[in-house]
Design a protein around this ligand. Structure first.
Ligand SMILES: [Zn+2]
Length: 438
């Protein structure tokens, strides 16, 4: 389409053409949102190498974080209340106005509220919500926050960064704060903000308590000779360097021996040293790579994953370990072990937690301790699982029982140990259920 060819249109034809193009644009918008809702719901972004829908929108669609979050919010609302798509298609609502309305929509009011909001401006919708006393529910206080998410049935795919409400609200749009609403960080657990500034530097803005101020003053005093100017940026940089070094030491051990690259541990959990080696080798970033070569950029909450799964006999060695973010760890586990199996494991863990949070906590701590969950080999693990399944235990129970295997023990002893634990758990659960009934 050339601009010059449009200039040939008569005034009437130009107006008609604009209306046609606008109708097409709205239909395209609906398709665009429906695709966002679909990819978000099925978590298709994982296979493409992204840890969240917002990361995908930023990486592949080149949208800003704020716009991505708004779009995802609107897409989720439209998925939940499909009639919203009709309002978008015929222009009764736009992206901005639907986003404004989104936090107030509920199953019982969606249809009526959408009708009432039709053709209204952003301000008009705010007025509508205030008049209807939505303000009392705190909805208008933060119109662009994604508070409605907590009510949406999407919790299962809100892992990683996207799942953190503070992360969602932190990059609030400028118009939210300038419109005189409550500060975007209301209710955030995270304080402070980092924004890029001129010269490739960053502005760090923090509010600190009286006690924290006293600690900072103490640092200024102790650094009196090294940083006589009391330059806060330099003190901050020195403090962070020292703190990161301390955290790394705590997490990965003081120093790494040359043999760590070829080390083997009989436990499922890698040693601190091994984990440090993998962390260094993988550059502290999720190693999942999508089909187009995009490597997941997640650097938080990384987990050491067995490339050949532990339950399939994969050893705990640096060459069989890789860093994965929680989203891709789960994605790979589903690919390797099946979605149903993973779902079953999650459900049984949830049931256990609901029945007895304390016992589950203790069992989990056991799992983390290298020697407690140690199995001699993957083969033995499978043998114990087979034996337990033959005795009528389900897959989850078999896996749990097989964790009791001890290096060097006979198969019979391992099965006995598993049976002892499983029957104890069953008794314990029975007692709890009986107590609940009383
Ligand atoms: Zn990842």
């Amino acid at each position: 389409m050339r601009f010059a060819s449009l200039t040939q249109l008569s005034p009437e034809a130009a107006c008609n053409r604009l209306v046609t193009v606008d109708t097409e644009r709205k239909l395209k918008l609906v398709e665009w949102l429906a695709l966002i809702a679909l990819i978000d719901e099925r978590r298709d972004y994982r296979a493409a190498g992204y840890s969240s829908m917002s990361a995908f929108c930023m990486g592949r669609l080149h949208l800003t974080l704020d716009r991505s979050l708004r779009l995802i919010q609107v897409a989720r609302v439209a998925r939940r209340y499909p009639m919203a798509f009709e309002f978008l298609a015929d222009g009764r609502l736009g992206l901005t106005t639907l986003s404004e309305l989104a936090p107030a929509l509920r199953v019982g009011n969606a249809s009526e509220l959408l009708e009432a909001a039709a053709h209204k401006t952003k301000e008009g919708i705010r007025r509508l919500l205030v008049d209807r006393a939505w303000a009392a529910c705190g909805v208008v206080a933060a119109p662009s926050s994604l508070e409605a998410r907590s009510e949406e049935p999407v919790a299962e795919h809100s892992e990683g960064r996207e799942g953190s409400l503070s992360d969602l609200i932190a990059p609030a749009s400028p118009d939210t704060s300038s419109a005189g609403y409550a500060p975007a960080h209301t209710g955030m657990t995270r304080r402070g903000r980092i924004t890029p500034s001129a010269g490739g530097e960053y502005d760090v803005r923090l509010s600190i308590t009286e006690d924290e101020r006293a600690v900072l003053r103490r640092a200024e005093d102790l650094l009196g000779h090294a940083v006589p100017s009391g330059d806060l940026a330099e003190i901050y940089a020195r403090a962070m360097k020292a703190y990161v070094a301390q955290l790394e030491k705590e997490r990965f051990g003081a120093k790494r021996s040359a043999s760590v690259a070829t080390a083997v541990t009989k436990s499922r959990t890698p040693t601190r040293e091994m984990r440090g080696f993998v962390e260094d080798r993988d550059g502290g970033q999720c190693t999942f790579i999508g089909p187009d070569g995009h490597r997941c950029e997640e650097t938080r909450g990384l987990e050491c994953d067995h490339i050949v799964p532990w339950c399939k006999g994969g050893p705990t060695t640096p060459s069989n370990l890789r860093l994965l973010c929680p989203v891709h760890n789960q994605f790979e586990a589903e690919r390797e072990l099946g979605k149903e199996y993973m779902q079953g494991r999650r459900e049984s863990a949830e049931r256990e937690r609901a029945l007895d949070p304390q016992a589950t906590k203790a069992a989990h701590a056991d799992e983390q301790r290298p020697e407690a969950g140690a199995v001699a080999t993957g083969e033995r693990h499978d043998d114990v699982c087979d034996a337990l399944r033959a005795l009528g235990y389900n897959e989850t129970q078999a896996q749990r029982g097989a964790r009791e295997s001890k290096p060097g023990a006979s198969l019979e002893d391992d099965v006995k140990a598993a049976l002892a634990v499983l029957s104890r758990k069953c008794r314990h659960r029975g007692e709890l259920m009986a107590k609940r009934k009383e």
